[in-house]
Design a protein around this ligand. Structure first.
Ligand code: 2HG
Ligand code: ZN
Length: 474
């Protein structure tokens, strides 16, 4: 069976574009090195029609289909299981720009485009595509859509879902839905677009999208702020939202522990505030559609008021692009700094911004009580109420001993986020990592609705089985 499917796939996309499990090894381990899969084949179709034909061949042989973008996800959502039954679909050959419409401020691109390329295409057209995240040099638009990626500009522009007007999708039956509409208003029934976005390849294969473009800002001001407490950072955020309005484009948090880790892991990197005593820092960015001088004037006024009202302890304002990039480098290196320091227990929770300080105080204390000595690396998208509440091993324990507590420790963190009105995953999705814990936080009604949607769209349960929801194969 699998031999004839392999040959059928070769006939559909060309023998050069079908790899064996051994040849596809780099795609079969997730970024964290936690999951390792096996496949019948990895297939690289060149067009939507070829994707549809591959899906039909898989349906005919009852073969699961797992789609993968840049393999930068953190939840194992794009890694096939170890059974070797699935076909892995890679859209790297589908990286064409289909249309740029500057009057409509839209861009239509295929799912295999690298995010950075999408940003560059927009820039060349004199526009901004604002989705921005650490992995942008290697993650793909398809992966961003599949996971409803967030990143560092959500505060101003929203998640991938808010940046998308239309989609092209290959269904679980191998049909093509052309929903590439460039409409900002369309009330003609159920919103299929928003259903496919964030479904992690479990409801359909997104092959192209029509994206929203924005004006390129004329000037940006970046500052690194220091705070005496998290409450103070939250109060400053509120002040900055009121003062800057829609010009506030980023508000990213780093704890003092994070800055210390960055200095340790990137000794040649930037070292702002290296002798500061404050426990919390935030990277603030303001984008201005007038001019550099206007941006700085507004910035200084709002920050001046903030100092008067004791809403911050200190501020470093980037004087030029190089300094601004250095501040951003700190933030973007944070995930890698932790990776270099060894495995840790990661979270991407969100809570209402008004609950952030209470959540951190409560959860830090709880973890010290149950897992004394664990080290907290809390950073992330404070402007969205989304924290990477990551926990590293105590210095007197091994990484392995710490990782053995993964489920119990995460449960405390997730329970705490839930109790503070939050979510257990604001950004990284469910993948396979969180499938088993989802039921604890979603009501039976909500889970049942999700299962019924999955059954309606993918009755044979062939699309990325076992991700988001437990594997529903009989
Ligand atoms: C980030 O915001 C990413 O840098 C990764 O979402 C977070 O590595 C992490 O925990
Ligand atoms: Zn993040």
């Amino acid at each position: 069976m699998s031999q004839s499917l392999f040959a059928a796939l070769q006939a559909l996309v060309g023998a050069r574009h079908v790899q064996s499990s051994e040849e596809a090894a780099p795609y079969l381990t997730d970024k964290q090195g936690r999951y390792v899969g096996q496949v019948i084949a990895a297939v690289h179709p060149a067009s939507t029609e070829e994707v549809a034909a591959v899906v039909r061949a898989c349906v005919a042989t009852d073969t699961p289909v797992v789609v993968q973008g840049g393999n930068t996800g953190l939840m194992g959502g794009a890694t096939p299981d170890a059974s070797g039954r699935a076909v892995l679909l890679l859209l790297d050959r589908m990286n064409r720009v289909r249309a740029v419409d500057t009057d409509n401020d839209t861009l239509t691109v295929e799912a295999g485009c690298i995010l950075q390329t999408v940003q560059e295409v927009a820039r060349t057209a004199g526009r901004l595509f604002p989705l921005s995240l650490g992995a942008e040099g290697s993650c793909t638009l398809g992966g961003n859509l599949g996971t409803n990626a967030g990143g560092t500009a959500v505060l101003r522009y929203g998640n991938t879902r808010e940046l998308t007007l239309g989609l092209e999708v290959v269904t679980a039956q191998g049909e093509i839905w052309n929903g590439l509409r460039g409409l900002r208003k369309d009330n003609t029934g159920y919103d299929l677009r928003d259903l496919f976005i964030g479904s992690e390849g479990t409801l359909g294969i997104i092959t192209a999208a029509t994206l929203k473009l924005f004006p390129l800002p004329k000037a940006q001001v970046t500052a690194l702020l220091a705070f005496d407490s998290l409450e103070q950072a939250v109060a400053l955020l509120s002040h900055a939202r009121a003062g800057f309005g829609a010009s506030l484009t980023a508000f990213e948090l780093l704890s003092a522990e994070c800055l210390a880790l960055l200095r340790e892991q990137f000794p040649d990197g930037p070292r702002p505030f290296s002798s500061a005593r404050q426990p919390w820092f935030a990277l603030l960015e303001l984008s201005d559609n007038h001019s550099e001088s206007h941006a700085r004037e507004v910035f200084e006024q709002v920050l001046g008021e903030a100092f008067e009202q004791h809403l911050l302890a200190d501020a470093l304002i980037a004087e030029n692009l190089a300094q601004s990039q250095a501040f951003w480098q700190l933030r973007e290196n944070m995930s890698d700094a932790q990776k270099r320091a060894g495995r840790n227990i990661k979270h991407d929770i969100s809570v209402p911004i008004s609950q952030v300080a209470a959540f951190v105080a409560h959860t830090d204390a709880l973890l010290q009580q149950h897992f004394p000595g664990v080290r907290h690396y809390t950073f992330g998208h404070l402007g969205d109420g989304n924290l990477h509440y990551n926990v590293a091993h105590p210095l007197d324990a091994t990484v392995d001993a710490h990782m053995a507590h993964y489920a119990a420790l995460s449960r405390l963190v997730h329970d705490s986020a839930h109790a503070h009105g939050g979510s257990i995953s604001a950004e990284h999705g469910i993948g396979q990592r969180k499938v088993n814990v989802l039921g604890r936080y979603k009501s039976a009604v909500e889970l049942d609705l999700m299962r019924r949607i999955k059954q309606a769209l993918d009755p044979l349960n062939l699309l990325n089985p076992g991700k988001v929801l437990e594997d529903m194969r009989p």
